[in-house]
Design a binder for this molecule. Structure first.
Ligand code: HEC
Length: 465
């Protein structure tokens, strides 16, 4: 077994932490059990190893690792090493201490320490758990007394659902700068049922855990005119026809270049489990709605021969709900494409900002308020950070969502614990920051991979007057 330290450590890392933990990588080639043992025999340098009060793997670290890491860091999972046995967990203890301290692991892009929003189904670790993993690594990752009562929690599954399947597909790395080892592919998974439905819950069965990085489901009106004499259905048929020997079509930004989705009812990334909309709330699909799944395959861990596999989106639906969600994919940056002088981002800069505002009236019309249930931040590969604030009439602000370190791999909905109530005179403000140092020309807005977006998906229900 060879473990490698694959991380490009994030810039801006606390220096104290860096000097304390960066040593983790030196164990790279020692194989699994190396670290705990070598540290243990290194008396003097680390007198804490034998400290009976120091946290141990089985008593302290493993319960946290099993609950919060094992769903990805396991055999066949999407993460590069297995964390649910002592030898491997110990070999990665220092790197893990660093990743959890920096809150890069578990992957959860938003600031989630109570300072900006509170989220349902949060993956964020508590500070106490972080402190335990850090203390365990600092003590030399001692094993403690083995136990066998720990189990990885199997994610719950929807009992009854409509199953929407992609064709059995073999992804191939695109080899572009954005998708070196990745493929983004779209498939029609439902051409349009002839009934109105409301999605109340969903889950995704990835088919191949190790290669499936995210799945988005877009709903489109196939008859919507998106260009001169061209409907969504026409554009999709043309995109699909470009690669007759392979199913689907390439689609980095959304449902494919030139298409206009109405919303994103489903956003899934590994470890998410079943997603249920709050009671009485759901996402309506009008009769005739076309559903397109975008699958982001990551082939970094792929064997030479990938067997074809199907990605399944499972929807639980009802005929009606009390509060249908309105989905707004808001991106005034993209919207400037329609103007004679579209906005663009200056090339060659480490931090270029684009900021937009939209009033509640612009978003929802004449309502008595808007309850925002969830938001989906979205940018492309040059995105660095995104922030969403509510600006009130008196100038005060409420922080809605803060993504300090954007990563396009983790497309996730963030649902609030309590819906965020916007007043009619409130304004939504979104600020996106990009790194354009690799670009020599201004970066244009667009759905494609060389362009950028500054999108906030908002799932809200109007408060009726
Ligand atoms: C939702 C899936 C998921 C969960 C949950 C998760 N990881 Fe990861 N982890 C990954 C993936 C994927 C990578 C590879 C990322 C990369 O290197 O691009 C990774 C990489 C890492 C690395 C390598 C260094 C780094 O920061 O990239 C460490 C260390 C790590 N994870 C520790 C943890 C620990 C500790 C936990 C639990 C507290 C955890 N992870 C939970 C998916 C996950």
């Amino acid at each position: 077994m060879t473990l490698r330290c694959r991380t490009a450590w994030p810039v801006g890392l606390g220096l104290a932490l860096a000097s304390q933990w960066l040593g983790g990588c030196r164990h790279d080639d020692d194989g699994g059990a190396a670290q705990g043992e070598s540290t243990g025999s290194d008396d003097g340098a680390d007198s804490t190893t034998g400290d009976p009060a120091a946290p141990s793997y089985w008593q302290d670290a493993a319960p946290i690792l099993f609950e919060h890491c094992g769903q990805c860091h396991r055999d066949g999972g999407i993460a590069p090493f297995v964390i649910d046995d002592y030898a491997q967990a110990a070999a990665w203890a220092e790197a893990s201490a660093m990743a959890v301290s920096e809150r890069t692991m578990p992957p959860w892009l938003v600031t989630d320490d109570g300072s900006c929003g509170e989220f349902r189904d949060s993956r964020a670790l508590s500070q106490a758990d972080i402190d335990t993993l850090v203390a365990w690594a600092a003590a030399g990752a001692p094993e403690g007394t083995p136990r066998d009562d720990l189990q990885q929690t199997a994610p719950p599954s929807l009992a009854q659902a409509i199953d929407l399947d992609t064709p059995a597909f073999v992804p191939v790395a695109e080899g572009t700068p954005w998708a070196e080892a990745d493929e983004y592919r779209c498939f029609v998974v439902d051409a349009g049922a002839d009934v109105d439905r409301v999605i109340t819950a969903y889950e995704v069965v990835p088919g191949n855990d190790a290669l499936t990085h995210h799945v988005l489901l877009f709903d489109l009106d196939p008859t919507l005119e998106v260009g001169p004499g061209q409907t969504n259905a026409d554009v999709i048929a043309a995109l699909d026809a470009e690669s007759p020997d392979r199913d689907g079509w390439p689609c980095f930004g959304a449902s494919g270049d030139g298409t206009a989705p109405s919303g994103v009812p489903v956003a899934w990334a590994p470890g998410q489990g079943v997603m249920r909309f709050p009671d009485g709330v759901g996402y309506p699909l009008a009769s005739g709605t076309m559903l397109v799944a975008q699958v982001h395959y990551n082939l970094a861990a792929a064997d030479d021969e990938v067997e074809p596999f199907t990605t399944r989106v499972r929807l639980q639906t009802r005929d009606t709900v009390e509060r249908p969600l309105v989905a707004n994919l808001i991106d005034p940056f993209l919207g400037t494409l329609a103007s004679p002088t579209p906005a663009s981002l200056a090339p060659g800069e480490a931090a270029v900002q684009y900021s937009w505002q939209a009033s509640v009236a612009e978003l929802a019309g004449p309502v008595a308020g808007l309850d925002v249930y969830g938001v989906l931040p979205h940018m492309h590969a040059r995105g660095v950070s995104q922030r969403f604030d509510v600006v009130h009439a008196d100038g005060s602000r409420t922080c809605g969502l803060d993504v300090p370190r954007w990563d396009i791999a983790w497309q996730l909905f963030h649902f609030f614990q309590q819906p965020l109530r916007l007043q009619p005179d409130d304004v939504v403000e979104v600020t996106c920051t990009y790194d354009t140092r690799d670009a020599s020309e201004p970066v244009m807005p667009g759905w494609g991979s060389s362009s950028e977006m500054c999108l906030l998906g908002v799932y809200a229900a109007p408060v009726l007057p």
